[in-house]
Design a protein around this ligand. Structure first.
Ligand SMILES: *Cc1c(COP(=O)(O)O)cnc(C)c1O
Length: 377
């Protein structure tokens, strides 16, 4: 018999209160009952986004909203600036390519963060750049980006700032309005604690002027259609009704706890995980620019990283993430986002120690759990 624990950076575990709402009978979406839900969800999203802008909701995984933030802002002949420091930054480049948008890339070594000054230097020279694509928390490397500083730089330019906050929202601060984030993209299965299937974007007045002019082809992700419907507390297509209802409950939980308490909790958990793995003699993949939502750890010499992750999952029921693409087998990642709690971390670290011991890694047994317990106390 196996009991499952999920400590992956999406999907993340779902609180029972949220799960229960999804088992209720379906309701129709063109009803006053659902309109009230849309209103509450919209208010809740504005709270977590820290914005007065509209937040549009799509029935898609997060990537749908990333695609939307390319096809709605740009036109043929426009250029983009894409910060690529991991798999998700690269995805923005792939989307631009798919739509024939030429882009300037800032390639950041995996595990490092972009120097905001580089963005300034490029924008100074290239006036054809209409949008800058960045990632709040690069989930593939565990790196956090200094969006606040980038936002200050962008205020001097016409280009809009797009931030992929899919794994950062409700985990680490993202002050959409105060920092000047024009389009903030997110998704449902990370900090928001509901299953995959919803994607979000907030759109600033500056970004709407680009949307009005944008001539790239689009249909399902046409922001204007969603804005128009939202004006009537409606949706342009059939929404993912039960996910929206689940989101309402998750947003209630978030509001009850309060954003600042949530940010502190994530910070403390991520710090504890970093300390615990270091106490075991392991090395962090991004020791200087870590995020509070996911910690990437180097697989020690002589250990098969893919086997480590697989054994934790199949033999002990503890799901963590391996490395992606070029980091496959070289790192593993432990999430501390959403409904992942300190007791989950104790199970995870104890299992990590057990499996590393089995695999022949030399360390002081119990050192990780001990460090964790001292800090979580
Ligand atoms: C998970 C994630 C995505 C991808 O979202 P999907 O829901 O898989 O489409 C994009 N960016 C970041 C930073 C993520 O963490």
């Amino acid at each position: 018999m196996l009991k499952n624990y999920l400590l992956t950076p999406g999907p993340t575990p779902i609180p029972p209160r949220v799960l229960e709402t999804m088992a209720r009978p379906i309701i129709h979406h063109r009803t006053p009952e659902f309109q009230k839900i849309i209103q509450e969800v919209e208010e809740g999203l504005k709270y977590v986004y820290q914005t007065k802008n509209e937040v549009l909701i799509f029935a898609a995984s997060g990537t749908g909203a990333m695609e939307g933030s390319v096809v709605n802002l740009l036109s043929p002949g426009d250029k983009a600036l894409v910060v690529r420091g991991g798999k998700f930054g690269e995805r923005f480049g792939e989307i631009c390519k798919a739509y024939g948008i030429e882009f300037v890339a800032i390639d950041v070594e995996w595990g490092k963060a972009v120097d905001p000054k580089k963005i300034d230097d490029i924008l100074k020279k290239d006036k054809l750049i209409k949008a800058v694509y960045t990632t709040l928390c690069e989930t593939s490397t565990g790196v956090a980006t200094d969006i606040e500083t980038i936002g200050k730089i962008l205020k001097n330019y016409e280009a809009v700032l797009v931030v992929d906050a899919i794994s950062g929202l409700a985990v680490t601060p993202i002050k959409t309005d105060e920092w000047g984030v024009d389009v903030c993209v997110s998704g449902s299965q990370k900090g928001l604690m509901i299953p995959p299937g919803l994607a979000f974007v907030s759109v600033s007045p500056k970004a709407w002027t680009l949307v009005e002019r944008s001539a790239l082809p689009k249909y399902y992700f046409d922001f204007k259609a969603y804005k128009k419907a939202l004006g009537k507390t409606d949706t342009p297509f059939t929404p993912a009704v039960n996910l929206v209802i689940a989101l309402r409950e998750a947003l209630k939980i978030i509001k009850e706890e309060g954003l600042d308490v949530i940010f502190d909790r994530h910070k403390k958990m991520a710090f504890s995980v970093r300390s615990a793995v270091k106490a075991m003699g392991l090395e962090l993949f991004s020791p200087d620019v870590y995020s509070d939502g996911v910690t990437a750890v180097k697989v020690p010499q002589g250990i098969d990283g893919e086997k480590l992750v697989k054994t934790m999952r199949d033999k002990y029921g503890v799901g963590i993430a391996g490395g992606q693409d070029e980091m496959k087998g070289k790192i593993f990642r432990i999430a501390t986002m959403g409904y992942i709690t300190p007791s989950d971390l104790i199970v995870c670290l104890a299992t990590l120690e057990t499996v590393l011991l089995e695999m022949g890694y030399k360390f002081q047994l119990g050192s990780g759990v001990k460090a964790l317990e001292e800090l979580l106390r």
